[in-house]
Structures are given as structure tokens and as C-alpha cells.
Design a protein around this ligand. Sequence first.
Ligand SMILES: Cc1ncc(COP(=O)(O)O)c(C=O)c1O
Length: 453
Amino acid sequence: MKTLQQWQTADAAHHLHPFTNQADINRQGSRVISHAQGAYIFEANGHRLLDGMSGLWCCNLGYSQPRINQAIAAQLEELPYYNTFFQCTHPRATELAQAICNKAPAHLNRVFFTNSGSEANDSVLRFVHRYWDARGKPQRKAIIARENAYHGSTIAGASLGGMGFMHEQFEPLRGIHHIPQPYWFGAKGDNADMDEQDFGLWAANQLENKILALGPDNVAAFFAEPIQGAGGVIIPPDSYWPRIQEICRQYDVLLVVDEVIFGFGRTGEWFASQFYQLEPDFIVFAKGVTNGFVPLGGVLVSDRVSEALLSHTNDLAHGFTYSGHPVACAAALATLDILAEGPISRIKNELSQTMRDYWLPLADHPLVGQARCKGLVGALELVKDKASKQRFAGNGHAGTVCRNMSLQAGLVMRATGDTMIIAPPFILDRNEIKDLTERAWQALDLTQAQLQQ
Ligand SMILES: Cc1ncc(COP(=O)(O)O)c(C=O)c1O
């Protein structure tokens, strides 16, 4: 058994980490998570943390789910691998495709499997091109997405995403255009004093403006997360989504809802598209479909798009060796069974309200300019001055301090700039949500003390 320091030394020498500053790792050592139980993770030094982020928004049922483990083990015995290319399938992929369609909005009846959310967004881009080719409008290639969106890290995912710090590190794909996000708290200039619902309409109308600027006959699709996750849990005003849906219908622009975070229950519905009453052409999923235990992603495809895709007589020249991997599908089937037994309806009927009861009062803390939540996600905007909403200088320094203080307080909370975000597992009870928010308050106190030094 290695010591903590031996793990850190080997890790710093050989492991290139995603979204990590390697100099920090070399200086401080990586945080080694050695085991987990229920909603808690444990560091190799024994420190226990309430995982307020469900891993990376994926271990929605926590870390102890023996039925998922058993399904994985049984599948490894029965059929550890086969592919779904060249007219082949296997029972788990077929069962899972059917099970997911049964939970989705009625007009989405086909699933394409990938290994991740990034690959799923990549796949949608391929399907969108093929759809418009089949419709005899090959010039419809322009894509619209949103600033500060996150759609993954493949070249298509990162180009669709609107994160400036990512775009700086590569040459984004051409033909992808970004419009402002529905971020009311961050509204600037003339919009700063706008009423929330008016702001939602303004943000939605940016889509129409962009479609008109590009020429409606050139626009293929609009990609969006129902609530922007990694961008800071940006919950759109209620006026936003109905107007977006209306614009997509009016200009015949395909609507792609990236539910990698929200699919499989986080709003209290199976899909956020049901929560917001959307009629998307594609729903992108990953993460929670297997409770994060093995990689699986995919795309739900609407009937009108499937029909066009199937009208091509040549093969669909797209796929991954592990599309519909049997072990991943078995894990997903067990996850869906557990989710159907109560956790999602509990969010709808109980935990969404519990979150509001305990999370929103964090707005009373002197460091918090706004507290917001929806279903089981929440955010806190850290500000230097509550009345004017003035931010701290330092480009995310306050958020980083707060994230570290949160760990000290025994809670995993994530920082996006100076916005603290949370996505707790569905298995928490009322007392644990209360405990989570008390730890968040403690983290805010510690942060305030540190920032004053
Ligand atoms: C909305 C959204 N889309 C896509 C992705 C990318 O998924 P993956 O990391 O599985 O490629 C993420 C990951 O966080 C996400 O939040």
C-alpha cells in the first residue's frame, strides 16, 4: 500500500489531468480520493467529504448501489463485449434504447449510443448535417450555441461550448456562432436594471437576431443546456424557454437540448425537456444514465429527424467501437430501475422544496449577492458588495478560496469564477441537505475571514 506522498509523487510525474493546473499539482500534490460510501467521498488521509457535486454531476444515486455493481458483474459473465456495427445488436443495448425512449418525450423514439457527452454532441453535429442533406437543404450548416456553455472537450464539443478560456487553447470549428446566455444576475449595461422576465425574453430574442443575421436558410440547429451547468448553474428566467421554442419552430431550426447534466432526474422529471415542456429534435445524455459507474452517453433522436436519417439509402458512416457497450448498458438498465422506484419523484415532490428551504437563505450571508436553485442544483454569487453586486477583483480568486474553504468544512462545492455551484446526490434526506447548507455557510464565513486578511 502506497503512502499519500507516494501516490502524489507518482501522479505528478506521470498523470496529465483534465482541467487542472499542473504547476498546482507539482506544488501541492493532487487530492487523492481513495474510497466512497453513500453520498460521501474519503481522501487517502481519511478526511470525509459530503459530495455536493455527485462526482462530476453523475453519481446521482451516490456511490453505494449494489444493484448496479451486480448488473455490471453479471453482464461481464454473460457477454462482456460485442459491438453494434454492421447490423449487430445485443440484448442490453436494445433493452436500454427502448427503456430510455419510454422515459423520454413521446416524439423521441430512437437512441444512438456513445461513450460520453462530448461524443454525443459530436454525433449530433454529424446527424444535423445529414438531416439537412436529406431534406435537400445542404446549405443549412450554421450552428448557434451560447456563450459560456459547456458541451464537452472534443473539438466539436469545445467549439460548440462558449468558454473563452477553452477557445484560446485551440482553433474552434468554423460555422458555430454564440449568443449571450440568459444570465440575469450578470446582466450588464442597459440590461442591468431589467426585470427578470423581460431579460429572459431579451436573451431568447438574441437567437432570432442571430438567425436573421445569418439568414434563416443557412441555420441548421441551436444547441443549449436546459440550465447551464459548468457555466455557473445559470437558471433561465421562466420567459426564456417558451420563446426559444417558438423561434426554433418559426425558422425551422433544429433544437438540441444537451441534458448531459439534467437527464435522468435532476429537475424532478426524467428529462429537463419535460420539466420545461420542450419539443427538442435531439436530447443529448451521459453521466447519470449509469450513475457515473461506467462511461456511457447517447443521443435521443426525434421521429422527424430519424425519418430523414433513415431516408438515406447508404450506411450511416458514424459510430464508436463501444457504442452501446453491453456492460455500460447493463449498468444503465439497473440505474433506470432504481430511479423509477422513487428518487426522481422524491425530487419533484419533496427535495426541490427542501433545497429552496435551506439553500435560498444563504443569500443572507454578507458574501452572497444571489442564491438560486432549481430541482437539485444551486448556485451562490460571491460579491464584494451586496447592494451594488460589485464583484471581487482577482478573476475567480474568491471562488477558489471558497472552494478550498468548503473542502475544509467537509463539503465538495465547485467554483466557476466567483460563482459557487452545487449538484447534490438524490439520496440526501432533509437533514443532510440542511447539513450541506450549514457547511456552505461555514465555508462562506471562512472565505470572508480569509479575503479580509
Ligand atoms: C452539458 C454538458 N455537455 C457535455 C458534457 C461533456 O460530457 P463528457 O465529459 O462525458 O464528455 C458535459 C460535461 O460536464 C456537460 O456538462
